[in-house]
Each structure stands twice: as structure tokens, then as C-alpha cells.
Design a protein around this ligand. Structure first.
Ligand code: SF4
Ligand code: SF4
Length: 411
């Protein structure tokens, strides 16, 4: 104990005697309460209709989710994220929320805000989630918003939900989705977001639209692919805040830009974290639903999954020759959105390069001056020197062959 006069002392969780010098097995857990949603967004990788009875019947019961929350807390978990689909479609949401908070868990709620009610904001006001609620907004006007959600009345519903949060001073942040349908409204969106109390950062955006996580609809995948920005548009988007982008990328690349070699998992997925899908399967991350990588919690426990199953999965090595010749040797690996989950969504395997993300990563690297036009990242031998020079701000100003406003600040 520290100062004998104080009632409480702060200790790091990995130093607390409860964990006997070891880190607790779990820091945070995401729970997808349902795959169903009352919106039907054109870009959505997961949604099922709100009325899908089959999905509803297969979802975890209140008791099953409470048991998972209890075990999570006992394993040292501090933060729970409730997501979906739309988590507020669950009629037991309030019970689950209060149960989680009574366990001492901080709660992050991801929602489209259309189902927020006066009664629910009263609950948030009396038992605060301790983390900001995250609301995704699909457009600033009825026409743009509903062109994305494809549900009449959803714009009024979301603005009503947001107004309720504002009125009760519930801390929330808004996130955007950058689509053809709303791209002219981006300045308006950011100006409005800046007026939300407690907001001190620019909203984050969904930019790279993932294909269906369950690989359940070729038709929906075609629609999603048609919404994707070109590599040039992605670079132009990032260059809107050129100075900040370079600053962030210098830091990011110095830490993460390096080849993954044969390791399939070079991210932190499944390391003291995990995601439970609506039916009780524990996944390493919310996107990864390859059957070989998920653990059925109805037949086991969180502890077993985290301490035995996940470490084994994370040891998996790539075998695809295309991956070994490219991604395994590519210093853009940390920068590129290629990952086992997206490889699974796009190609049905964990170790396949993804052409769309490959082109975007190369366009970004060229715009940042890490590559010359026509170079392939997996063929670059002096990549460490390039990253060092870039991170130190010593790399020559790149020549960009597509229209990007402003002048280069790297030289
Ligand atoms: S609100 Fe979210 S979960 Fe629902 S359809 Fe839209 S993107 Fe999907
Ligand atoms: S840029 Fe291409 S080669 Fe490099 S990791 Fe991404 S998909 Fe693989």
C-alpha cells in the first residue's frame, strides 16, 4: 500500500497481487449484440434485417451475455464495447448495460442513434458509461443520409437520438462514412461535429469498405466494391490535412512499417482482447470470421480461448506463394489494410494479397515519398533507410501525378 492516510491507491493491473505479477488475460472485449439492424446501409459488411427471426432466435440470451460479462470481469477486463448491427435493437439492452456497469466495466456503445429514447438517456445520465458513446452519421441531410441507410424516417430518428444525448449532456462522439452520397457535406459535417460539447478531435471516417464478413452475398459485395474510392481519391482525402497527415505517418511508419515475414498475424488481435459475435463465437477481431479462427464460447470459456486457443491461432504461418513473394517481404505491411480478416472476406483464405488495398498502400507511399512511381514495395532493399529518412523529415518532396491541393511540406 502507498500513503497510509489515503483510502485508495492506484496500482497498475499487471502489478496487482491478484494477477501475481502477470498481466491480466483480458483488457477489453467487444460484444456484437446482434447482426440485425433497422438501417440497411449500402456499404454495410454485416447487417441482417431487423425482422430476421432466424437470426434473432440464434442470438445469445440475456443470461448467456451476462455470464460472458461476468467471466470477462473476472479475467481483468476493464472495457466492454457493445456493437452490432444495431445493439439497441435488443430489448434487453438496458439490462445488459446496467449489468456491465455494476460489474465495474466501462462501456463503449456503437450505435446509429435512431433508437435512443428519453428513458435510455436517463439511464446513461444516472449510470454513465464512462466512455463516450460513438454515433455514426451517414449524411447531414435527409436526402444524403437516407440515400445511404435506405430507410425512410431514419434521418429524423438519428437527429432525435442525438438531440436527446445533447439535452442530457451525455458524452458522445460522431463518426463519418465517406461516400459519394455525402462527400459534398464533409466540411458541414466537421463544422457541426466541432460544436458537440467535449469534442476536441476531428471525426474519424470509414473509408475502405469491407466486403461482407460472412461472405454471404455476392450481390452486396458488388455494391460495396462499387462504392470504394480510387487510390488517388484516398490520397486526396488524406492530403486535406497534409501537415497533420505527414506528422502522423512519420510516427506511424517509424513504428509499424516493416515486412510481416511469414506471420499471418502481425497486429494485436486476440492479445488481451477479443470479440464475441451475436451467437457466442469468440473472434480475434470483429472482422475475422474464418471458421478455423473462431472459438465457440458455448462449449468452452473465455479463459481457455484467450490462454490456449488464440495464442495457437496467432502462430499461424502464411503458405500462399503470392503472399510470401509480396506481403511477407513488403515494408508497407503496417500501412496497408491487407490483413487476415480482409483476406478472408475478399478471397476466402487468410494469406492472400488484396489488390485494392495494395494499390492504395502504394499510392500513399508514393505520395509520402517512400516509393518512386512504378516501384513495388516488396522489391525495395533499402526500405529501412527510406523509413528512417521519412520519419526524420529528410526525404525529398515527392512529385504527385494526380491533383492534390497545397504544396509539399516534406522537403
Ligand atoms: S447502421 Fe451500421 S450496422 Fe446498421 S446497416 Fe448501417 S452500417 Fe450496418
Ligand atoms: S502493399 Fe501489397 S504486397 Fe504490401 S502488404 Fe499490402 S497487399 Fe501485400
Amino acid at each position: 500500500m502507498g500513503n497510509q492516510d489515503s483510502y485508495a491507491v492506484k496500482v497498475r493491473t499487471d502489478e496487482a497481487s491478484l494477477w501475481k505479477g502477470n498481466s491480466p488475460p483480458l483488457d477489453s472485449l467487444d460484444i456484437e449484440l446482434t447482426e440485425r439492424c433497422n438501417n440497411n446501409c449500402i456499404h454495410c459488411y454485416i447487417n441482417l434485417p431487423a425482422t430476421d427471426l432466424n437470426a434473432r432466435q440464434r442470438e445469445l440470451s440475456t443470461k448467456e451475455i451476462q455470464e460472458i460479462l461476468q467471466e470477462a470481469a473476472s479475467l481483468g477486463c476493464l472495457t466492454i464495447k457493445f456493437t452490432g448491427g444495431e445493439p439497441l435493437l435488443r430489448t434487453d439492452f438496458e439490462d445488459l448495460y446496467i449489468f456491465a456497469r455494476k460489474l465495474g466495466l466501462r462501456v463503449i456503445l456503437l450505435t446509429n442513434a435512431t433508437l435512443i429514447t428519453p428513458a435510455l438517456v436517463e439511464v446513461f445520465a444516472s449510470i454513465p458509461p464512462l466512455e463516450p458513446i460513438e454515433v455514426t452519421l451517414y449524411g447531414m441531410h435527409k436526402s444524403s443520409y437516407e440515400a445511404v441507410t435506405r430507410v425512410s424516417g431514419s434521418f429524423e430518428a438519428t437527429r432525435q437520438g442525438i438531440d436527446l444525448l445533447l439535452k442530457k449532456k451525455i458524452h458522445f462522439v460522431v463518426k463519418g462514412v465517406f461516400l459519394q452520397q455525402n462527400r459534398e457535406e464533409i466540411d458541414e459535417f466537421e463544422s457541426w461535429a466541432a460544436t458537440i460539447p467535449y469534442t476536441d478531435t476531428i471525426p474519424s471516417y470509414s473509408l475502405f469498405f469491407d466486403l461482407r464478413a460472412r461472405r454471404d452475398s455476392e450481390q452486396k459485395n458488388r455494391l460495396i466494391k462499387g462504392l470504394r474510392l480510387s487510390p488517388e481519391e484516398v490520397v486526396t482525402f488524406f492530403f486535406r490535412r497534409r501537415e497533420q497527415y505527414f506528422k502522423e505517418m512519420r510516427k506511424f511508419c517509424s513504428q509499424f512499417a516493416k515486412p510481416s515475414r511469414r506471420d499471418i498475424f502481425s497486429c494485436g488481435a486476440g492479445m488481451r482482447n477479443g470479440c464475441v459475435d451475436a451467437y457466442g463465437h469468440l473472434q480475434l477481431c470483429m472482422l475475422l470470421r474464418h471458421p478455423a479462427t473462431v472459438y465457440d464460447l458455448k462449449k468452452g470459456s473465455l479463459k481457455d480461448a484467450l490462454t490456449n486457443f488464440f495464442p495457437e491461432i496467432r502462430m499461424m504461418k502464411a503458405e500462399n506463394p503470392d503472399y510470401l513473394n509480396r506481403c511477407a517481404r513488403c515494408f508497407l505491411h503496417g500501412l496497408c489494410e491487407q490483413c487476415p480478416a480482409r483476406s478472408w472476406m475478399e478471397h476466402g483464405a487468410l494469406d492472400t494479397p488484396i489488390e485494392y488495398h495494395c494499390k492504395i498502400a502504394h499510392a500513399q507511399a508514393t505520395a509520402l515519398g517512400l516509393l518512386e512511381e512504378g516501384e513495388w514495395a516488396w522489391q525495395i532493399d533499402d526500405w529501412e533507410e527510406r523509413i528512417r529518412n521519412f520519419s526524420d523529415g529528410r526525404l525529398a518532396c515527392p512529385k504527385i501525378s494526380h491533383p492534390v491541393a497545397g504544396s509539399c511540406t516534406t522537403g
